[in-house]
Design a protein around this ligand. Structure first.
Ligand code: HEM
Length: 464
């Protein structure tokens, strides 16, 4: 099928997908040539947008050896620890003063600082880059890369820039180019005695020696530096932001994570990178037994159960819980099998049973799948709602200043002469913060939060 002038192949069966992704992988490995890649990544010279071939293979090897090998990654461990400590200090101060922290900004800037030092070996202030900062410019570039651009499908119309996108892309490219030129100029200056060579020096060395087996000029170095910086800073920050958002929305999981941290690491030291290997395995195990072999929505993505020894007796307990649920859900399904009175409306269970009986679903869907989804809905609705209220009340009781703010809002917005109605909730903006976390997404090459994540921290560490 053609999108404008661009031929596209839609693959919809596992056999065809295997042909494209395995058998003929090399023919289809390159990303499409996009206007964004042309304007922002120096005519597609970055690793992300370069076509598959000797240049991509050699650059990938160079990046892996000089930047991403275990040895190099470990050599930056102290720097990562220092950056994280600075963030923890900010959270400690905010906890003492009971003020909200803009976690999105703080995490983005920590991630940029880490990536800057890893790729360029020095830290830069946001304003040295552009008034939008690193995060702002990278996010704009990521959005441009996936936005619908007429020029990608109708090359002749693209030249007219009817959507104004080329102008915006050139603007982003200019900001990057000025910044990267400055870095290359700094690295061109003679080194002091004993100063070690960094990633930029290595690439400049290859350029000066002229003995690369592929075309390699200043623009290739700039494209790769931009690639490494933006691919690492934005992805890492966004992953942390979404993880924290999900933990804040699911207090039960947050409590479990906190408990694990207390037991495995303790509260009198910061988590070290080496501690990460001692993570627990409870989610995988619980999924197998309680959720009908992971057929429900929440546990579908987890991997296979590894241990059969059941040394902790957990399997036995989970199987017992699963049996109770199964009996209850079987009863519900049996009751729904009784023919309906005329005019009686169908509910969610009826609809699922209809789909199962009609056989129209183009995926496997039997009685166990229906029970798994019902279990999901029940557990997700009952437990999370009750726990969210429990947790919010405990946090309010623990933080008298926040409780005072909530009480003031209630007095001002609702008044003290009536009970709070469900319809009043929309106008209680401050109370809404702990109860309802906004999870709106912003579409881009990396899907980020649309709105910044803000939270008031409680400090639990006892560092000397
Ligand atoms: C949590 C962090 C990260 C996530 C979620 C992530 C995710 C991804 C994904 C989904 C792809 C596309 C893979 C494909 O098309 O097959 C990708 C590609 C890439 N990532 Fe990451 N990434 C992360 C961190 C990093 C870091 C730290 C770097 C570099 C320092 C990096 C550099 C790259 C590069 C250069 C590519 C393009 C590779 C190519 O097409 O040849 N990423 N990443």
């Amino acid at each position: 099928m053609c999108f404008g002038f661009v031929p596209n192949i839609i693959v919809s069966s596992p056999e065809a997908a295997k042909q494209f992704l395995k058998t003929h992988d090399l023919n289809f490995a390159s990303r499409p040539s996009l206007e964004a890649a042309k304007h922002i990544t120096y005519e597609g010279k970055s690793l992300t947008f370069a076509t598959y071939g000797p240049y991509w293979r050699n650059m990938r090897k160079l990046c892996t050896l000089e930047l991403l090998s275990n040895l190099k990654i470990n050599s930056f461990q102290a720097m990562r620890k220092k950056e994280l400590s600075e963030l923890v200090n900010i959270l400690e101060d905010a906890a003492q003063e009971q003020v909200a922290v803009d976690l999105s900004s703080r995490i983005t800037s920590m991630s940029s600082d880490v990536s800057c030092q890893m790729v360029f070996w020095m830290k830069f202030e946001d304003k040295e880059f552009d008034e939008r900062g690193f995060g702002g410019v990278i996010q704009e570039g990521m959005k441009m890369a996936v936005a619908f651009n007429l020029g990608d499908y109708f090359p002749y119309i693209g030249a007219l820039d009817l959507q104004g996108m080329t102008r915006k892309m050139k603007d982003i490219a200019k900001v990057w180019d000025q910044f990267l030129e400055k870095i290359l100029d700094d690295h061109d200056k003679p080194k002091e005695h004993g100063q070690t060579k960094d990633f930029v020096d290595t690439m400049l060395g290859i350029l000066k020696s002229g003995d690369s087996e592929f075309e390699f000029d200043r623009s290739h170095i700039k494209a790769i530096l931009m690639d490494m910086f933006s691919a690492s800073a934005e992805t890492s920050a966004t992953t942390i932001e979404w993880t924290l958002s999900e933990l804040l929305r699911h207090p039960r999981v947050m409590k479990k994570a906190q408990k694990e941290l207390e037991q495995v690491v303790g509260l009198n030291k910061m988590v070290e990178e080496s501690d990460l290997e001692s993570r627990g395995t409870w989610p995988h195990e619980a999924a197998k037994y309680i959720s009908y072999d992971q057929r429900n929505l929440s546990f579908g993505a987890y991997g296979p159960y590894l241990s059969v020894l059941d040394l902790q007796g957990l399997t036995k307990r989970m199987k017992a819980v699963a049996k109770v649920f199964d009996k209850f859900l079987e009863k519900i399904l049996d009751e729904h099998a009784i023919p309906k009175d005329p005019g009686q409306t169908k509910d969610f269970v009826d609809t699922m049973l209809d789909i199962m009986k009609s056989g129209v679903a183009d995926f496997e869907f039997d009685r166990t799948h229906i029970k798994a989804v019902l279990l999901d809905m029940l557990a997700a609705a009952v437990d999370t709602a009750a726990t969210t209220v429990d947790w919010t009340m405990s946090e309010l009781l623990k933080n008298p200043q926040i409780m005072k703010k909530v009480q003031n809002e209630l007095a001002e917005v609702i008044g003290m002469d009536k009970m709070v109605d469900e319809s009043d909730l929309a106008s209680l903006e401050y109370l809404d913060l702990p109860l309802e976390l906004d999870m709106t997404e912003e579409f881009g090459l990396v899907v980020t939060r649309a709105n910044h994540l803000k939270a008031t921290p409680s400090y639990r560490l006892h560092l000397n």
